[in-house]
Structures are given as structure tokens and as C-alpha cells.
Design a binder for this molecule. Structure first.
Ligand code: 26Q
Length: 822
């Protein structure tokens, strides 16, 4: 077997890489030299880099198995990975070698990198968090499998037509995906629908047989996840749905060829498209099928690995695997694991339940009651009849436990039940996830605290020891080193390069905060990043920005609770002040927005139109455009985020207190030296604690004040009548000043603010405007702003996902690093 043992594809020198790329151009891409495009060079480079991760991946899996070490499984319906080539080169330590190799071949490194179509397999924060966590798990040498769905179409591509969002399908797989390795021989069958038969086997034991209406096959596609500066290379396993051949053959034999082909079509729709969040109609059966499909494949795969272990049985599952639920999306896993253990492996209920609870952990990402997943009972029962029975049994035993502790408190039992009774019966997935997990966590200190006081209060009273906080973090490899090469170099030169895997070492910058020469270099880096973004904005949005202006940026999903419209009210207020007094002294600002709205979210789509409408008026009015510009960057994604975060002077984190679970964009801005204007919401609270209150622009009601205002009956009209400038601002928008006299287009938005305003935009308006004036004053003092900017980066170390993951490892998964030798 010498051929197989020989490693000809793993050399990390420029020369070996060059030969490998040329090899792939010839044998994997297969085009004559004259027909080669940059995209071909990209694919050949990606394949050469992928080869170099394979030995690491094999060694990582083998080491964990040999040493009998616990493997963490991160179950998530979304992984928003972003472009892979740059990140893999960085983590393998071969950026310079790759640059030299491509140089030698005669093709530009940056041009090749730019060819990558990013996999948009997530909506926003939750999916990107999963990707950051995979990077940190590999870097911290924790053997991990990420489990998810290989959507054929990820999050839609956003175009802006006449100021409106237009959705285009995301065809990320058209040119193939060089990072994944399909493993058609690793596949599992997933049942769906039908009915359940109960019978006694020969020994008289009660047994269950599920007769499904459909069976779908899940096929494994593996993507390597290389750690930074280590040999550990984990794997992201995404499942793709296929028709089951034997079913098709059945139909074929009876002559019904077209039904056979149709079944293939319907089976494959299961993993066709990613659902957007915030869709009004979320109770879709196909979404439940997607969730069950990927969770069932993943759990079957894990049990299959357990079966192959010589030194362990399925009873050792909690010692060999930790299963983390990224929100409730994979929480059907609790019932599925019980089904696999009880029905298919004949464990008794109590033992199976002990294993299940010891293995699962649940991370909650939202407090918004309307965002907590529930499924209509009838639909759930038709789709997963056996799981409904199992959930009833879990519920019966659980409610007995509640009764034992709290007595016959009917109200409490009703509140805690896994089955909701309000407006039609439903299955409450957050309750299932909570009851089935030994550890439950929120994603920022404030959020974890509120969880214990609101949506999971009763569960906290029952099991206080199961609850903890794990404040989110982001990977500094992508969001500092890759996105901001200028700052990376300056940091390396100033504090050495250890910061990239020990982010708290950024504290070493504090002593340069008042160093004038260092301040000059700091500003030069920021200036270059702003010029780079200005070029991008000019070519994608057609708006010309001056890199010397204050860059004020809000990028995130468009949602009422995130309050992009509050930001717009500030712009319109400044617009009006300038029109009233053209000689007014205002520091020039560029307002930059980006973000997608769920296609069915009416008000969010109007907010995008409003931003663009205000932009058009402001940008074309010579009185105003010498002081203000507004730009909407189309199609905010991981790729253009690399240009956006490093260019910000001011980061807008202005959600209504209590609504943003954590936020992670806030951290990406802070890492890159932006100052934050924000409310006391999510992780903002901890960012302000770290940065120091004097380096953070705070405004707005606190959670307690929001609650009090709501309790006492919030009347937005009172704020309008009490504030002439606010009244004028709303009148300008409603009256058509930004819509060529059309007073209809923004009426739904303005009416909503005047009469309902569920997110207290008007209540926070005055405080926000006042705070923005402090920002403008601070901006004028260049050296003081520079000092604050340096201190924000210096004190951002806590927000590395390495810190978050180390906490999960210690407190939830009970796993240790495993050194991998290759
Ligand atoms: C649910 C049912 C049906 C269809 C879609 C969904 C769905 C999909 C995605 C619901 C929610 C999401 C995503 C939520 C999300 O991104 N939450 C964010 O998670 C971040 C990471 O913890 C936090 O920083 C943000 O505060 C939180 O909003």
C-alpha cells in the first residue's frame, strides 16, 4: 500500500504548492492552458489547499478515537461560513507561500481569492456564530463535528432596485464547491409521516414499529475545518437529501417511470432552500422536515460511530459525545435520540433518558416570544407520529417531577408543559430543548439573566444549577487578521503576533493610547480602510464618500427591534437642521447601512426603501451633501463585511433594551477600533464594561425603564407633542419630502411609530439625538478620538470566540484539548 501511504500532496513550501496547483489545473480542472480563467486558478488553488488539510483531519479523528476522547457535536440549522480560501491559508500558515506560488504561475493572489462564491448557509448572527465557534474549536484543539444542512440555495442575494430590496436566488453551487468531499457511502434513511404500530415481541416485551409514509436518504458532504497554528482539523458534515433508489425502482418496475422521477424531485426539495427568519408564516411543514432530516442523520451517524468503538457501548454516549443545540432548530433531537435508544436499541426509558439529558446542551438565542418555535400539534403528529408519543411521555414524567416539587399548581403546570394550549395546541420546542438538556445557556450576561426571569423562569426555579451564561465571541482570525491586514501588521509590529490566538494580549496596546507617533499610524490604517470601503460603496451603491468624514455604520439584518429607523430619524433631523440653517457647523458624516430583510417582512422592506429614499434626497442636495451622505451597501454578506467592519469610526448598536440577545457585529466593530453608540442591550453591556464608560456612547432606556414605560401604558404621541423637532422629522417623512411628494409610501412606517411603536423608537429619540451630538463633539478632538479607538481595540480581548468556546468546554461539555501529531 505504499501509494496510499505516500504523502505527495502535503508539502507547505511555495514550490510544492505551485506544483500542486498546476497538477490540479491539469487533472482536476482539465482545461488547456489557453482556456484558463481566474476562477479555474481559484478552484485549483482551493483543491491544493484542501489536500493539505486532509492528513490533519484524518489524524485528528484518529487521535480522538485512539485516546477515547469526547467529541463535541455542534448541531445547527445554519453555518454562515464565508469565503474559505483566505481563512484556510491563514490557519495553515501558508499565506505567503500561496502568494509566491501564484506569483510564479503568473496570476494575482487577490484576484484568485475574489473568485470564491461564499456559502450563504445562514441568516445572520446565529449562523455566523456557529462558523466562528467551529474556527475556535479547531484552534483550541477540541475534536468537533459540526452538523447541518447542505442547502442548495442559501440566503437570497439582495439587489436594490429603485430603493427597494429585490431577492435573487443564491446559486452558490453552480461552479461546484471545491471544499467539500461528498461521501455517498455515508448515508442514512429518514422516515416521515405514516403511523405507529405497538406490539409485543416473542419475549413479551412491548415494541414499536413506525410505518412511514415516506423515506428520504441523507448523504454526507464533509468540509474540513482547520485550526489556526495547530494540526487539529475538524469537520463540518452537511446532509443533502436524495430519493431512496429502492422506492424509485418499485415504481419503475410497475411501469410508472414518471412517478419514480417525481419522487426524486420531492425528496431533493428537503434541502433545497434556507428559510429566512422573521417570515410571518414560519409554521411550514417543510421547515420541520428539514430540521428532523438533518438531526436524524446526525444522530444516526453518531450512534454508528459509537457502534464501531471497541471500548464503549451506547451507554457511554455522554462520555464520548457532547451534543449542543444551536437554538431550538435541532431540538427535535431530544425525541429522536429517545426513539433511537428505546425503539431501535431496546434501552429502557429511564436509562435512555439519563443518557439523553447528560448528552444534550441547549443554547437559547432569543427572548422575543414570537420567535420561540412551536409547531401546531396536528401537523406535528401527522409528520412525526412516534415523536409525538415520545414527547407526551417525556411531558407526563416531567410534569410529575414539577408536581413533586411544587404541588398541584395548575397554572405552573400549564406554563411549563411541552404542549401549549393557547390558540390551538402546539409543541413547544424551547421547553423540549430545556427539559432534554443538562445545561441551558444564554448568549450574553444580560440575556442569560433575563432568560431566568422571563421565558425560562419556571425552569430556572426547578433546576437553577442547569443555567449559565456564555457570552458570544467572534473569531479574530477572520474579523481582524483577514479583514484588516493593515491593522494586523501594525499589531504584529507593536505587540508581537501572539494576539491572534490570545486576544487578551491586545491589552498591550493600552500603553500606546497616548503615543502620538503610534496614533498617526493607527489613523493611517483606518484611513486606508475607509478609502477601500469608499471604493466599494462607489462601485456597488454609486455613492461617493470622503474617507476623511466620520464613517457611521449600521450593518445587520433589518428588523424593527434593531431600529434602523431610529438611525434614519437622526439623519432626517440633521437634514432639517441644515436646511433651516445652511451655515450650521456640523462634522461631516457618511451614514452607511447594510442588511437583508426577510422577503415577507413588510415593515423591514419599507425601512430599506426609506434609507434609500433619504439617501437620494440627501446625496443630491448641494446644501446637504457637503455635510451628509447616506449609502446602502447591497447584499451585506461575510465577504463584504471584511471591507465594512475595519472602516467604521462609529458602530450603531441601537436595539431596544432587552431585545437583542447578544449581537456579534458589535464585537467585530470594537475589535477593529470603532467606537460604539449603543443601548444597554445584549453584549453592549459587557463591551462598555470592558472599554470603560468614558469610551462608549450610551443612550436610551434600560430594560427596567422599558418595562415600566410599557406597564404604565406607552403613548408614542406624547413624545411627538413634547418634541417639536421629532414632530417635524416625522412630518417630513410622512409628507413625502423623501419620496417626491408621495405621502403613501412611508405612511405605514410613520403611522406605526406614531400610534404603536412597539420598540419605543420615539421614547429613545431625544436621548439618541443628544448622544449623537456628543459623538460629533468627540470626533472633532482627533487625538482624543484616536485614544478612544485604540482603547476599544485594546480592551476587546474578551470578545474572542476562543474565550467563549473555552467556557463551553469547561462548564458544559467537560472536554479537554487533544494535541494532534501528524
Ligand atoms: C425559525 C423558524 C422558521 C424559520 C426560520 C427560523 C429562524 C432562523 C434563524 C429563526 C431565527 C434565526 C436566527 C436568529 C439569530 O440570528 N439570532 C441572533 O443570534 C446571535 C448569536 O447568538 C445573537 O448575537 C443575536 O442577538 C440574535 O438575534
Amino acid at each position: 500500500m505504499t501509494d496510499i501511504e505516500e504523502r505527495s500532496r502535503s508539502g507547505l513550501s511555495a514550490d510544492e504548492l505551485r506544483r500542486s496547483i498546476i497538477d490540479h489545473l491539469r487533472y482536476s480542472i482539465g482545461r488547456p492552458a489557453a482556456a484558463l480563467t481566474p476562477e479555474h486558478f481559484y478552484r485549483a488553488t482551493a483543491l491544493a489547499v484542501r489536500d493539505r488539510m486532509q492528513d490533519n483531519q484524518a489524524a485528528t479523528a484518529q487521535t480522538a478515537l485512539d485516546l477515547g476522547r469526547k467529541v463535541t457535536c455542534y448541531l445547527s440549522a445554519e453555518f454562515l461560513m464565508g469565503p474559505q480560501l483566505g481563512s484556510n491559508l491563514l490557519n495553515l500558515g501558508i499565506e505567503e507561500a500561496a502568494r509566491a506560488a501564484l506569483d510564479e504561475i503568473g496570476v494575482g493572489f487577490d484576484e484568485v481569492l475574489a473568485c470564491e462564491e461564499e456559502p450563504g448557509l445562514g441568516n445572520g448572527g446565529l449562523g455566523r456564530l456557529a462558523a466562528c465557534y467551529l474556527d475556535s474549536l479547531a484552534t483550541l484543539e477540541c475534536p468537533t463535528i459540526g452538523f447541518g444542512i447542505r442547502y442548495e440555495f442559501g440566503i437570497f442575494d439582495q439587489e436594490i432596485h429603485d430603493g427597494w430590496q429585490v431577492e435573487k436566488t443564491d446559486n452558490w453551487l453552480v461552479n461546484g464547491n471545491p471544499w467539500e468531499i461528498p461521501k455517498p457511502d455515508v448515508n442514512y434513511l429518514v422516515k416521515w409521516g405514516g403511523y405507529v404500530e405497538h406490539y409485543a415481541d416473542d419475549s413479551g416485551r412491548g415494541r414499536v414499529r413506525w410505518h412511514p409514509a415516506r423515506v428520504i436518504k441523507g448523504v454526507d458532504y464533509d468540509t474540513p475545518i482547520q485550526g489556526y497554528g495547530v494540526n487539529t482539523c475538524n469537520v463540518l458534515t452537511l446532509w443533502s437529501a436524495r430519493a431512496v433508489e429502492s422506492f424509485a425502482l418499485d415504481a419503475f418496475n410497475t411501469g410508472d417511470y414518471y412517478r419514480a422521477v417525481e419522487d426524486e424531485v420531492t425528496s431533493e426539495t428537503v434541502t433545497k432552500v434556507l428559510y429566512p427568519n422573521d417570515e410571518p408564516d414560519v409554521g411550514k411543514r417543510l421547515r420541520l422536515l428539514q430540521q428532523y432530516f438533518f438531526v436524524s442523520c446526525s444522530l444516526q451517524h453518531v450512534l454508528h460511530i459509537m457502534d464501531d468503538l471497541a471500548d464503549a457501548s451506547v451507554r457511554d454516549l455522554p462520555n464520548r459525545f457532547a451534543l449542543q443545540l444551536n437554538d431550538t432548530h435541532p431540538s427535535i433531537g431530544v425525541a429522536e435520540l429517545m426513539r433511537l435508544l428505546v425503539d431501535e436499541r431496546q434501552l429502557d426509558w429511564d436509562e435512555a433518558w439519563g443518557i439523553t439529558v447528560a448528552t444534550f446542551g441547549y443554547t437559547n438565542h432569543t427572548l422575543l416570544p414570537e420567535a420561540l418555535e412551536t409547531w401546531p400539534l396536528a401537523m406535528f403528529g401527522e409528520s412525526l407520529p412516534r415523536h409525538l408519543e415520545i414527547i407526551y411521555e417525556i411531558n407526563r414524567r416531567f410534569l410529575d417531577e414539577v408536581r413533586a416539587k411544587f404541588g398541584d399548581d395548575d397554572d405552573r403546570l400549564r406554563r411549563m408543559s411541552l404542549i401549549g394550549e393557547d390558540d390551538g395546541k402546539s409543541v413547544r420546542m424551547a421547553h423540549l430543548a430545556t427539559v432534554g438538556s443538562h445545561a441551558i445557556n444564554g448568549v450574553a450576561a444580560l440575556h442569560s439573566d433575563l432568560l431566568k426571569k422571563s421565558v425560562l423562569k419556571d425552569f430556572y426555579e426547578l433546576w437553577p444549577e442547569r443555567f449559565s451564561n456564555k457570552t458570544n465571541g467572534v473569531t479574530p482570525r477572520r474579523f481582524l487578521a483577514l479583514a484588516n491586514p493593515g491593522l494586523r501588521q501594525l499589531l504584529d509590529d507593536t505587540i508581537g503576533d501572539g494576539w491572534l490566538s490570545h486576544l487578551d494580549r491586545l491589552r498591550g496596546l493600552e500603553k500606546f493610547a497616548d503615543d502620538a507617533a503610534f496614533g498617526d499610524k493607527w489613523r493611517a490604517v483606518k484611513r486606508a480602510n475607509k478609502a477601500r470601503l469608499a471604493d466599494y460603496v462607489s462601485s456597488t451603491a454609486g455613492v461617493h464618500l470622503d474617507p476623511d468624514w466620520l464613517f457611521d455604520i449600521q450593518v445587520k439584518r433589518i428588523h424593527e427591534y434593531k431600529r434602523q429607523h431610529l438611525n434614519v430619524l437622526h439623519i432626517v433631523t440633521l437634514y432639517h437642521r441644515i436646511k433651516q440653517n445652511p451655515d450650521i457647523d456640523i462634522s461631516p458624516r457618511a451614514f452607511i447601512f447594510g442588511g437583508k430583510a426577510a422577503p415577507g417582512y413588510f415593515l423591514a422592506k419599507r425601512i430599506i426603501k426609506l434609507i434609500n429614499a433619504v439617501g437620494e434626497t440627501v446625496n443630491n442636495d448641494p446644501d446637504v451633501n457637503r455635510l451628509l451622505k447616506v449609502a446602502f451597501v447591497p447584499n451585506f454578506n461575510v465577504q463584504n463585511a471584511h471591507l465594512i467592519y475595519p472602516a467604521a469610526d462609529l458602530s450603531e448598536q441601537i436595539s431596544t433594551a432587552g431585545k437583542e440577545a447578544s449581537g456579534t457585529g458589535n464585537m467585530k466593530f470594537m475589535l477593529n477600533g470603532a467606537l460604539t453608540i449603543g443601548t444597554l442591550d445584549g453584549a453592549n453591556v459587557e463591551m462598555r464594561e470592558e472599554a470603560g464608560a468614558e469610551n462608549f456612547f450610551l443612550f436610551g432606556l434600560t430594560v427596567d425603564e422599558v418595562e415600566r414605560v410599557k406597564r404604565e401604558g406607552y403613548r408614542p404621541a406624547d413624545y411627538v407633542s413634547g418634541n417639536a423637532e421629532l414632530a417635524t422629522t416625522l412630518d417630513l417623512i410622512a409628507g413625502g419630502r423623501f419620496s417626491r411628494g408621495d405621502s403613501e409610501v412611508f405612511r405605514p412606517l410613520v403611522d406605526n411609530l406614531r400610534h404603536d411603536d412597539p420598540f419605543l423608537v420615539l421614547a429613545d429619540y431625544a436621548s439618541y439625538i443628544e448622544c449623537q451630538e456628543q459623538v460629533s463633539a468627540a470626533w472633532r478632538d482627533v487625538s482624543s478620538w484616536t485614544r478612544m479607538s485604540i482603547l476599544n481595540t485594546a480592551r476587546s480581548g474578551k470578545f474572542s470566540s476562543d474565550r467563549s468556546i473555552a467556557e463551553y468546554c469547561d462548564d458544559i461539555w467537560n472536554v479537554l484539548p487533544v494535541t494532534v501529531k501528524v
